[in-house]
Design a protein around this ligand. Structure first.
Ligand code: PEP
Ligand code: MG
Length: 564
């Protein structure tokens, strides 16, 4: 039998092979009986009992999620409990029962209004309709006594396929048993994708309708690196998928054959990922996406909560560096409880540092207080960087705010320190102003996800322009080169924390371009460290020169493959 490939979006840089188990949570409701035959009191009791059971289930799943992936992810499930208690939804269901519907049909009707209202709100609010459907379907299943696959208890080597998995579904997946999952719907930034990355399960999302052609019991490879599901894999594909992680973990810092040290660090969003980062041999944290501390909750974390989080990260790497990026919201990352202007073009709107210097000024100061305090007591070296910078004035304002916060802490006699200060290089403007920026900063970190988007004018989330959104285009490489030159001329160090840094196929090129640090999802650290050790400086520089002289992306790819 020959292989068949189904393309989607890879969300975890891992691959796995296993046997398909379809997970279908939908419940078909029969037509409702005549209203006069419905015992209203009995149906109200059934609804109450179902809510109580749903509450118990969610509590148990929450505890499991907190243990597996951490408290802030587990809080996603709190939103489900809130929907279960929402007086408007509950009274909508009760009114429908009083109108003569059995409990399950009344749940359908009561939730339909709430789903419609959230969907009409658009943006991040609309994403919460998935949570509402999730809790509605849970009530359906309880009321109709429907058996479904218990995701927490699937046989080892299972690949879960589903139209869509919810956060609560993903929290149940046990990486020891689940070889991967793939969904017809969903995107890279969905909650399910975030969970999958945190717990290290190979995952491909957004495959589309064709996924339904794969049957229960089939053998598949889930390749989260390429973003494909391969049905009936041949021996070679299977071996590649299952054997790809057989690489030595290097817990010490690494250097090239000629002794050039390259720091290899981890990107993370939550403390739950700290252990995984250390286990893969991270030298430190090169990108702590602090916005994850602000997601999936009703209000921002207080100063003390942030302070403790940063200190814990610093203590986990006593000899290393932890680079915390200040709150990066807007664009693809709205936070529902923060003011967000209606924007036709949010990727070109008020995002990153632009927000911190305008309507998030208070939040910015609170975060800086927590960071400066953490710098004073945490064991490792703290570095703080600002996202989406495009002007020197923005950096001057951010640095002035750091000084003001530091002065206030001095006045209050609160212990604090001075972190290294840097910016993300994510806009063509930051590249072009590199020499001036380097003069007032300690470091740069290149965010190739956004830099590629803005250099190539290609939306990072749009599959139709994925070919353009590729950092191997010579224009992006030249932007990287220019940034490295500017940083080094200004005595600043320069790292890279966009997805490109974690691609082992370009490690030699990045070393040749002169990057001092590479930061990535923890799972790719061992491969990148191995490649750094195998790099010869002179060859790497030649590869970089040839890539920079290339006219097309194909030429760059050819240059890279010549040296593999
Ligand atoms: C980037 O833009 O490359 C980056 C690392 O930031 P994020 O992906 O969080 O926007
Ligand atoms: Mg970015």
């Amino acid at each position: 039998m020959s292989e068949r490939r189904f393309e989607g979006t890879g969300v975890t840089p891992l691959s796995g092979v296993g046997t398909v188990r379809w997970y279908d949570q939908s419940v078909e409701l029969p037509d409702p009986p005549a209203p006069e035959s419905v015992d209203t009191d009995a149906e109200r009791d059934r609804f109450e009992d179902a809510r109580a059971e749903a509450r118990d289930q969610l509590q148990a799943e929450r505890e499991r999620a907190a243990e597996a992936v951490g408290e802030s992810e587990a809080e996603i499930l709190d939103a489900h409990v809130q929907f279960l208690e929402d007086p408007q939804i509950v009274s909508g269901v009760e009114d429908a029962i009083d109108g003569g519907l059995p409990a399950e049909h009344a749940v359908e009707e009561g939730f339909a209004d709430a789903i419609e209202t959230l969907a009409a709100a658009g943006g991040k609010m609309a994403e919460r309709t998935d949570d509402l459907r999730d809790i509605r379907d849970r009530l359906f299943r309880i009321l109709s006594d429907t058996e479904t696959v218990d995701l927490a208890d699937v046989p080892e080597g299972t690949v879960v396929l589903a139209e869509m998995v919810t956060p609560s579904d993903t929290a149940k997946l046990d990486p020891e048993r689940v070889a991967g999952f793939a969904t017809a719907k969903g995107g890279r930034t969905s909650h399910a994708a975030i969970f999958a990355r945190s717990i290290g399960i190979p995952a491909v999302v957004g495959v589309g309708e064709s996924l339904f052609e794969i049957e229960d019991g089939a053998e598949v490879v889930v390749d989260g690196i390429e973003g494909i599901v391969i049905l009936d894999p041949d021996e070679e594909t299977r071996e590649r998928a299952s054997g790809g992680r057989d690489v030595e973990i290097r817990t010490e810092p690494v250097a090239t054959e000629d002794g050039t040290e390259i720091e290899v660090a981890a990107n993370l969003g939550t403390l739950a990922e700290l252990d995984g980062a250390a286990a893969q041999g991270a030298d430190g944290i090169g990108l702590f996406r602090s916005e994850f501390l602000f997601l999936d909750r009703e209000s921002p974390p207080e100063e003390d909560e942030q302070f403790e989080t940063y200190v814990e990260a610093l203590d986990a790497f006593p000899d290393g560096r932890v680079v915390v990026r200040t709150l990066d919201v807007g664009g693809d990352k709205p936070i529902p409880y923060l003011e967000q202007p209606e924007e036709d073009n949010p990727f070109l709107g008020v995002r990153g540092i632009r927000r911190s210097l305008s309507f998030d000024d208070e939040l910015f100061r609170t975060q800086l207080r927590a960071l400066l305090r953490a710098a004073g007591v945490g064991e490792g070296t703290l570095s703080v960087m600002f996202p989406l910078v495009s002007t020197v004035e923005e950096v001057e304002s951010a640095l002035a705010t750091v000084e003001e916060v530091s002065d206030v802490l001095d006045d209050e006699d609160v212990t604090h320190g001075r972190p290294e200060l840097g910016v993300m290089i994510e806009t063509p403007a930051a590249v072009l102003m590199g020499p001036e920026l380097a003069e007032c900063l300690d470091f740069f970190s290149i965010g190739t996800n956004d830099l590629t988007q803005y250099v190539m004018a290609a939306d990072r989330e749009n599959d139709d322009v994925a070919d353009l959104h590729d950092p191997r285009h010579p224009a992006v490489l030249r932007a990287i080169d220019r940034s490295v030159q500017a940083a080094h001329a200004g005595d600043a160090w320069i790292g890279m924390c966009g997805e490109m840094a974690g691609n082992p196929e370009v490690t030699e090129l990045l070393v040749g371009l002169g990057l001092d640090e590479l930061s990535m999802s923890a799972v790719t650290i061992p491969d990148v460290k191995a490649n750094v050790e195998a790099t010869d400086d002179e060859t790497a520089r030649r590869v970089a020169q040839r890539a920079l002289a290339a006219t097309t992306k194909s030429e760059v790819i050819e240059t890279l493959s010549d040296t593999q």
